[in-house]
Design a binder for this molecule. Structure first.
Ligand SMILES: C[S@@+](CC[C@H](N)C(=O)[O-])C[C@H]1O[C@@H](n2cnc3c(N)ncnc32)[C@H](O)[C@@H]1O
Length: 240
């Protein structure tokens, strides 16, 4: 069967079975998409999610900073963000990274995917060691004295509705919009906006017209930037 034309509704995605390509690259047959770009997901995170949100620069001088993410997947974005945070943080600063994930992966799957990058060896090992055998509810991990990871298991629309309105930055990472429109709906983008502090931001590799329109309708001031690895555009924006 050609999975590229299969919508998630047509497949039982309760356990989100994974395919592994080239040994350590996870692929979701249910959504017909990879979890990150095939060129280099770690560098993509730096270009799209960190730089797109003005990070690490915006960490300067902040006692606490909260990042939200739609789609935890393998935890690659978290691991890379944590690595950068550890390099640059000052004593006393605190980062809370809260991610919303419908199909949390198993420890061995996270470990297998992240082992691709020696740069995040320490973060991979610590995350895998702390990851529960049965991730459910809210997985809350104080990974070091200055870093908390929370993974809210369930549909993002429910998790974000229930979250506090104190996010400084968002990583919108819910598979390609053409494969998973739920993660880019106007309703969800409005919730993301509502839960963002004034001056807070979002970034995404997505550039689809309906995503742009939903983010504008939600209230974000949008900017288009060159995407990662030759992709023409990505989007980022600020809550005025
Ligand atoms: C592109 S992957 C995220 C990659 C991830 N940020 C990483 O660093 O590996 C998209 C993720 O969104 C999750 N997802 C898809 N639909 C969802 C929904 N409605 N609510 C919450 N998570 C969802 C998928 O299970 C998948 O893990």
């Amino acid at each position: 069967m050609d999975m590229t034309d299969t919508s998630p509704e047509q497949i039982d995605v309760k356990n989100q079975p994974l395919e592994w390509r080239d040994g350590d690259m996870p692929y979701s047959p249910a959504f017909g998409d990879h979890f990150y770009c095939q060129t280099d997901g770690r560098l993509e995170c730096g270009h799209v999610f960190l730089s797109g949100n003005g990070l690490p620069y915006r960490w300067t001088g902040r006692d606490s900073f909260k990042i939200g993410e739609l789609g935890f997947g393998t935890g690659l974005n978290f691991a890379e963000t944590w690595r950068r945070w550890k390099e640059l943080r000052a004593d006393g600063q605190h980062l809370h990274f809260m991610s919303f994930e419908l199909y949390p992966m198993q420890r061995d799957e996270i470990d297998r995917a992240l082992a691709h990058w020696s740069e995040i060896d320490a973060e991979r090992a610590a995350l895998a060691a702390a990851w529960p055998d049965r991730p459910e509810g809210i997985v809350s991990l104080d990974l070091d004295r200055q870093t908390r990871l929370s993974v809210v298991c369930g549909a993002a629309i429910d998790g974000v509705s229930a979250a506090a309105a104190d996010f400084d930055a968002w990583y919108l990472d819910g598979f390609a919009p053409s494969r998973n429109a739920d993660m880019w709906s106007e309703q969800l983008m409005r919730l993301v906006f509502e839960k963002t502090v004034s001056g807070g931001s979002f970034a995404t590799y997505a550039a689809a017209g309906f995503v742009r329109r939903n983010l504008i309708a939600a209230g974000f001031a949008l900017e288009r930037r060159p995407g990662f690895a030759g992709k023409r555009e990505m989007l980022c924006g600020v809550k005025p």
